[in-house]
Design a protein around this ligand. Sequence first.
Ligand SMILES: Cc1cc2nc3c(=O)[nH]c(=O)nc-3n(C[C@H](O)[C@H](O)[C@H](O)COP(=O)(O)OP(=O)(O)OC[C@H]3O[C@@H](n4cnc5c(N)ncnc54)[C@H](O)[C@@H]3O)c2cc1C
Length: 394
Amino acid sequence: MSKSVDFQREIRRWLEQNCPGGARGVGQIPFGSRSIELEPEVRLWLERMADRGWTVPTWAKKYGGAGLSNDEYKTLINELKRINARTPLTGRGVNYIGPTILEFGTEDQKTRWLPQIARGDGGWAMGYSEPGAGSDLASLTTRAVKNGDHYIINGRKIWTSDAMDCDYIFVLVRTSPDKPRHEGISMMLVDMSQPGVRVSPIKLISGESPFCETLFEDAIVCADDVIGGLDRGWTVGKRLLQFERSTHAGINISGSQGGRTESSKLPALIRKYVGVTDGQLTDASIRTRLARHEMDTHAQQITQRRVIAELHSHAPGFTSSAVKLTNADNVQDGDELLIAAMGNQGLRWADENSEEQVVAGTKRWLYQKSLTIAGGTREVQLNIIAKRVLGLPD
Ligand SMILES: Cc1cc2nc3c(=O)[nH]c(=O)nc-3n(C[C@H](O)[C@H](O)[C@H](O)COP(=O)(O)OP(=O)(O)OC[C@H]3O[C@@H](n4cnc5c(N)ncnc54)[C@H](O)[C@@H]3O)c2cc1C
């Protein structure tokens, strides 16, 4: 029997015996936060998968992974899908900063940080945007000043998602204000459980509060925790953005799968709201829009494969911008379509007589508007595609 068949059988047996019922189907997925309580079976699944190195299957064993080859990794993903298992761990640790440390970190940084990230010990926030620096990120002003064996950080980051539940934050800070602006930036890893880091939630139109403002007031960071070298943060930070955009595009480096159940549920939901006559959706315009949406979804999935192939060679490229944008457009189009099919019901908000699913659909429609802003706006992605993919002049 071939080695790959043996491998598949071993994985299948192990997963069937070790994936608890509470970690299958839709449900809680950890992102490492120490302050969010995990359901017992979700915690058990995380611990078991981390013990095998399968929260980050392709990372080397010494960094908390399993050292799987690309083919073995695909086998594992297929077997997880087969039993409808949720990913044991997601978030900015395994998906953004982990791969960045893997690529740019020193051996000491990799040994100190990666096994902890692979175990899901600590949730990570992202400190890029500032009140005066969003698309034009290089204008950031948060300062880090060397003081012996550490840096002292002062400044303000905004839109830091999930920061109130995070334990660490990776930040882009200005370390050499006299250099040209792209050359004086560094990336640092900051422990958020110190008095110098203050987090305040920002409330959104959807009624939720996943965003924060994060203030640094003489926050301290160890000089060993500058990733990729002093003043090299622009290069490091851009690469991290490519990892982020791949994740926004629905591709999870840590190997998670699923999560896009909404799009697969769409045709059934639309049938429910619009009705069916002679086997066809009753409303002809919705029917046409749904057919177009389904074709776009299929095209999107094919484009995703290209980015997955890039990720397997450990170098997410500029196609991550294209697939991030088309994914956002596709998700927003699906939400618009659902709201159109729901008619008046689609505009209900907090009506106590409304079905929970109806209100959830409306909130989701509003929240997903952020997909063409988060991780770089639509216009910024189009600029990157024009310059880096199509080679058009500035
Ligand atoms: C859901 C969500 C989560 C986020 N999470 C985080 C996070 O965790 N950490 C973090 O650091 N940030 C986060 N952000 C912030 C996000 O990265 C910024 O909102 C984004 O980069 C845009 O910056 P801005 O809001 O300052 O808008 P601006 O940069 O002020 O842009 C305003 C408008 O001008 C357009 N524009 C700007 N420059 C150009 C140009 N050169 N060409 C054409 N048009 C242009 C933009 O496209 C946009 O329409 C998040 C945002 C959202 C919506």
